[in-house]
Design a protein around this ligand. Structure first.
Ligand code: SF4
Length: 83
């Protein structure tokens, strides 16, 4: 399982340093950050700690099991960013 960032993300990057691993990218200042519409979570690195979801001011991050019905596509979009 993993957490998933949705399009409610405003790319303020507050979650990136709070991640227990290095699952969230791009980080502020990364070359990829300018073109990215949001940040993403690498499902292969996420350990389901929930830190990111609890700190997100936009409530943009969900456990994959709790994604709203209209946001399910973001599970694949998060994964695809790292492929
Ligand atoms: S749930 Fe924890 S490990 Fe997974 S992306 Fe969020 S902060 Fe990182």
């Amino acid at each position: 399982m993993a957490y998933v960032v949705t399009d409610a993300c405003i790319k303020d990057f507050v979650c990136v340093p709070e991640c227990s691993t290095t699952a969230i990218a791009p980080a502020e200042g990364d070359p990829a950050a300018a073109g990215a519409t949001q940040v993403f979570i690498n499902p292969d690195e996420c350990i389901d700690c929930g830190n990111c979801a609890s700190i997100c001011p936009q409530n943009a991050i969900f456990s994959i099991d709790e994604l709203p019905a209209d946001k399910t596509e973001f599970a694949e979009k998060n994964k695809a960013f790292f492929n």
